[in-house]
Design a binder for this molecule. Sequence first.
Ligand code: LM2
Ligand code: CA
Length: 461
Amino acid sequence: PAHAAPGGDKEVVVHLFQWRWESVAAECESTLGPNGFGAVQVSPPQEHVVLQGEGYPWWQDYQPVSYSLDDTRRGTRADFVDMVDRCEDAGVRIYVDAVLNHMTGSGSVDSGPGSAGSDYTKYDYPGIYQSRDFHDCRRDISDWNDKWEVQNCELVGLSDLDTSSEYVRDRLAGYLNELIGIGVAGFRYDAAKHVPLADVQAINSRLDDVDAAWGGGRPYVFQEVIGDQTIAPGEYVPAGDVTEFQYHRDISNAFKNGDIAHLTGLGGNLVDGEQAVVFVANHDTQRSHPTLTHTDGDRYDLAQAFMLAHPYGTPKIMSSYAWSGSNDTGPPMGSDGETRATDCADARWVCEHREVAGMVGFRNAVDGTSIGDVATGSSGQLAFARGDRGHAAFNATGGAWSRTFDTDLPDGTYCDVANGTFVDGECDGPSYTVSGGSFSAQVPADGAVALHVAAQGEGTG
Ligand code: LM2
Ligand code: CA
């Protein structure tokens, strides 16, 4: 497939939403590398608008002013380069959230300077784009059934780039190639369905291969396509992977309602799993469709753990900051709007990826197996084998689920990676014994038990 995800045994992505570059680097070293995460999706690194009058909202990032990496609210270009290098040393790829469809809109201030000091007004970005580089339909998309409007008019008033132009394509690819030159291994294409498929492909065709450290092949591309009656996510598969929003709806509703016993078939009617990026919640849905989010605590962590155990799609784990009041509220920041370093001990940073860090090793270890033995209890309880390499049980009810599970796991003592991590041979969670093709467990209320062959040994938790 085009711009395919890297080798299946290390594919898990975590979105460290709004994290400073130096904090991402530290997380790669302390947590992501040791637990086997494959990649981090970072927030957009290009120069963005600065909206002091609106309290420096998080979505400043989605209004590019230039492709300078010099200064965003998350750090300098040097900080960004250092992050890419340190994450690479930890075996973790960086995927950049790339805003290709548009530049700025008209906010509280609709002219510069941007975060790196560049002047701009809507449709005029000196030295980069001028009015002729934007589509002529200079009004909001109003008819979402009209594909031409969706792709040529303005998404929430954002100046819509004429991506059919060779000049614009060269500019966008130049930005992405600069990132590839730094060692970035892949991209999320923001608002991809608002860019005609042929234009996405024309941009892809201009991209360099990734760094030799990542095998030197094509960059990984996954496209944010919120499929609807006008544009199905499958339409964009020829240009890379696509985000599967129906999977998000299915898994978040199922766990919210405690109705999970049928989920072995999850994803079966959706885009081919080889080309789907899947998630329980993302930074938009946690605000606009908060079916199941970090505010739901254990039940939400359980859903993210399930996603990691289930074979469909390339899983993307969300890592959020907490906010109250307006959905516009930015991350913890200084009075100048600079994002603060992440501190997972501070309740304002949720760091929910750490709650499922042990499950990343489960996914890596069971790669290539399918779902084997299935057991259910009530409609909120489901357990399954992943061949003879792993076995996991999920309990989305308010009471413990005690039973003996038939398994193909070899006899031995296994770390429960749903309740602890397994790093350098150390299990900091509980452990279970498999003997004669079965193990007995008490699966906690709103919790899981997960065992796999690469995490064997006595636990300390
Ligand atoms: C995306 N994917 O397709 C991002 O995931 C999403 O977070 C982005 O919206 C969107 N596309 C554009 O890149 C966010 C945010 C919007 C915000 C935009 C631009 O959800 O609310 O729009 O970023 O910053 C804001 C104002 C909106 C205003 C617009 C233009 O909220 O009221 O529209 O700026 O000034 C008049
Ligand atoms: Ca467009």
